[in-house]
Ligand binder design. Sequence first.
Ligand SMILES: C[S@@+](CC[C@H](N)C(=O)[O-])C[C@H]1O[C@@H](n2cnc3c(N)ncnc32)[C@H](O)[C@@H]1O
Length: 435
Amino acid sequence: MAGAAVPGAGVRVHAAEVLDAVLHRGVSLKASLASTLPQLADARDRALLEAICFSALRGRARYDRALASWMPRPLGQRDASLRALLYAGFAQLDPLGLPAHAALSATVDAARGLGRSHQAGLVNALLRRAQRDGLPAATPEDVWPAWLLAELRTDWPDAVDAITLASERMAPQWLRVNGRRLTRAAFARRLADAGIEAASSASAPDGLCVPIPVPVDALPGFAEGDVSIQDGAAQLVADALAPPSGGRVLDACAAPGGKSAHLLERDPALRLVALEIAPARVARITETFARLGIGERASVRAVDALDLGRWWDGVPFDAVLVDAPCSATGIVRRQPDVLLHRRERDIDALVALQARLLDTLAGVVAPGGTLLYATCSILRRENSAQVADFLARHPEFALAPLDARFGRDTGTGHQRLPGDDAMDGFFYARLVRAA
Ligand SMILES: C[S@@+](CC[C@H](N)C(=O)[O-])C[C@H]1O[C@@H](n2cnc3c(N)ncnc32)[C@H](O)[C@@H]1O
């Protein structure tokens, strides 16, 4: 990062590097940020880096339009980091609305920090143009892959505009209050005392919605386990599963552990088994349980849930959660790179994996027990069609009703669409095994 001297230029260099990896090398935003954020000591710098990267990916199509009309020749492959820096620069002006002078000088200096001193003048000129003329609007066709937009139009003809709009907006921050430690009302008062605005959710009983996200270190009691960050739609999973008190529960796809943790906060007497195939992600579950002071009785295993012989002792579960790997099309507002990286063929593979998980884990549900299938997808193939096929293969299961808090009744499950009640898009199907 040679030569970055203007205050804030270093953050812009990091932003360009993160965006370059996401835009041009197929790295996920989560992974790219995870390796870069620890390099910034100041929490404000980390927050700024995240804000720039998220906004730049959301605004990508608009910025491409601007560059196409303002540049005589399109940027080439060798200008990948320049393109990333320009996105970071545009994002600071619109939508972030940072003071233009500081944003421009730090971004122009970052060009030097990226070894692109010869293009610093070009960066300056393009950002000044954006400041003067404004950045153009984009249509859903510019933003969404054609196959995905077509699928949404088929699946949700009456809601596709609302879905695309909500998915392209910044998400609020959702908090889940740990009812073992304090009430939601008591925590809301602590937030108010800290000057943090929050609204109690009518749908998610432990949830508070913070419209302007704050860094975790600014949340009172976070380190002590009073509160966690989890979208309201994900919090509803505990209500949909509703395991019996002290029951034997399986969370088959558990990392990073948010839903298991919520279940244990509600009932520390649960006998919970949490499985996760990715060993690196298992550590996230144990860290979460340790912070929240739960999980003494839980068994956390790094194992493939499909490999029953390796982990199941033959004792059936009262409640099984299959929070399945999915397209993440319901959480584009939190993972804007889904629109860059998801391919149509990925969906077929996911649908096949989800069906295998359901078929295998159906066998560990006790008679009269519950199997909850949940995804953060909004595609029917992964959701209501998946459940309809499962019910056809498994006459020993029947669909149990869920109330309107869980979203639209699709006939074979409930679908929340992104932005409904300020929550993520999410699907829930509660399946009960015949007694
Ligand atoms: C949607 S995430 C689960 C989120 C989690 N329930 C929570 O609330 O924090 C799906 C997880 O399933 C894991 N997974 C995928 N296939 C699996 C398998 N065959 N066995 C166990 N875990 C699996 C993935 O690595 C991923 O961590």
